[in-house]
Design a protein around this ligand. Structure first.
Ligand code: AMP
Length: 447
């Protein structure tokens, strides 16, 4: 395996890496760092936990001229939590080099604090922030885009899903001929086409199709007539995790679930959109200090946040969409560790659970009996080898039409490929619909 030393990285950056116990670059770092050091633009499909933040931070740190008091790199992240996480990863480098200035602009609702100290000759070298606040600071002239040579879009699929793409692209448009580094858990067609105008990628890195590490095992648990909160508590008693995240679909349910888990003797905290920015930061700090064994969370915690020692993820109900599920399950099994993801369901949710299974999540079917997790031979009523069936009538009909259009009696060359593409297009359409619906629902819940 190649070491960081062979990658042409500045000595001062190398020593921070080794002080922090990073000895070898991860695959995304190995591919991206050399290209980014040459100033090339990169489009990388690389989920959180793969080491993607350092894949862009390291080349940025190497290319910055700290003697020049100008803004030289801008990192755009979709949420405050993610922006702070990037900032926290950058901090050891700033501490080791007193001439390096890194600032976080994620607007903890305090605009004045963000504006403080910004002047024509006192610009940070690296600005990390959420799109709205960064754009504000550029528009009001407090941040100067002139010398920016690198722009990063982190979690680009999330920027797009959350409706921040316009702001993010307006930021990119401020820089003249920048190096653009895009990182995204998924690189779907609609994201690629949205990006096409802004990124002429010299390097495309695809870190594999699977969105959660293969070290994650997926389980569906039929709770039968048990109450969800009680079933979640029982599962925790059975599994005895080192650190678990219990996801709830509705943030209103978090308190009740946390209470049941607390009654079972676990140290537990809730992390939902109800917390103020300050409370969120405080809670996150305490979570990182290992003060709790269990966090009950809404999907706010499912995307991007890096909590390295999660060995168990429980969804108390079926996530509304495959992407949401993968983001939840992706909190565990990070950096080569093992993890388990359990989804609780009952009869009322069987269709949604089935949809996840049919979309390819390799679930095993379980139920809780006599205080133990046991195999459920009747789980979802699906038996191995049974043909997976489309579950949406409309989708089924459109797929049939697409197939019919591209087959027929006169078989033209390439018809199989064309039919396949047409069917994929229909499937994508329905997936997009489901995602937009889920996100709209999720955002309106958070309001
Ligand atoms: P990401 O969210 O993809 O940036 O991954 C972040 C996690 O990977 C953090 O826990 C980092 O400390 C860890 N990490 C990043 N690069 C390395 C590396 N080369 N060796 C070990 N851990 C790393």
């Amino acid at each position: 395996m190649q070491s960081f030393k062979g990658l042409n990285i500045k000595e001062s950056v190398l020593s921070v890496l080794s002080e922090n116990g990073y000895s070898n670059p991860s695959p995304v770092q190995q591919s991206v760092i050399p290209s980014a050091l040459r100033g090339e633009s990169v489009l990388a499909q690389s989920p959180t936990g793969s080491g993607k933040t350092h894949a862009y931070l390291i080349p940025i740190l190497c290319r910055i001229d700290t003697k020049l008091p100008r803004l030289q790199a801008v990192i755009v992240a979709p949420t405050r939590e993610l922006a702070r996480q990037v900032y926290d990863f950058a901090m050891p480098f700033a501490k080791a080099d007193s001439s390096l200035r890194v600032r976080l602009f994620s607007g903890n609702n305090n605009r004045e604090a963000d504006e403080e100290g910004l002047g024509p000759n006192s610009q940070p070298h690296i600005a990390i922030g959420t799109p709205g606040r960064l754009l504000d600071l550029f528009s009001s002239g407090l941040l100067n885009p002139k010398e920016v040579k690198t722009a990063v879009l982190d979690e680009a699929d999330m920027l797009l899903d959350m409706g921040f793409f316009e702001e993010a692209s307006a930021i990119l448009a401020l820089f003249s001929n920048p190096q653009v580094l895009v990182f995204s858990a998924t690189l779907k067609e609609h994201l690629k086409s949205a990006l096409a105008k802004y990124v002429k990628a010299d390097l495309r890195y695809e870190g594999g199709e699977i969105k959660t590490a293969s070290e994650v095992s997926h389980h569906l648990v039929d709770v039968r007539h048990r109450e969800r909160a009680a079933a979640a508590a029982e599962l925790l008693r059975i599994k005895r995790p080192y650190f678990a995240i219990v996801f709830v679909n509705k943030k209103e349910e978090a308190a009740q679930v946390a209470l049941r888990i607390r009654e079972s003797g676990f140290g537990v905290v809730s992390y939902t959109g109800d917390l103020s920015e300050r409370e969120r930061r405080k809670t996150m700090r305490m979570i990182r200090e290992n003060r709790y064994q269990v966090v009950v969370a809404s999907d706010l915690l499912s995307r991007g946040i890096d909590l390295p020692d999660v060995d168990l993820v429980v969804s108390t109900d079926v996530p509304s969409d495959l992407d949401f599920y993968y983001h939840r399950a992706g909190r565990t099994g990070r950096f080569g560790k093992n993890g388990d993801s359990y989804v609780l369901y009952d009869m009322g949710e069987e269709q949604r659970a089935k949809a996840l299974y049919e979309a390819g999540v390799p679930f095993d079917m379980l139920t809780i009996k006599g205080g133990q997790l046991v195999h459920d031979p009747k789980g979802l009523g699906i038996h191995k080898g049974q043909k997976r069936q489309a579950y949406e009538d409309d989708e089924k009909r459109e797929i049939a039409i697409a197939k019919a259009r591209h087959s027929g009696k006169s078989v033209k060359p390439g018809y199989r490929k064309k039919a396949k593409l047409a069917v994929e297009k229909v499937k994508r359409k329905y997936r997009r619909k489901a995602i937009s619906k889920a996100i709209r629902k999720n955002l309106s819940r958070k309001k």
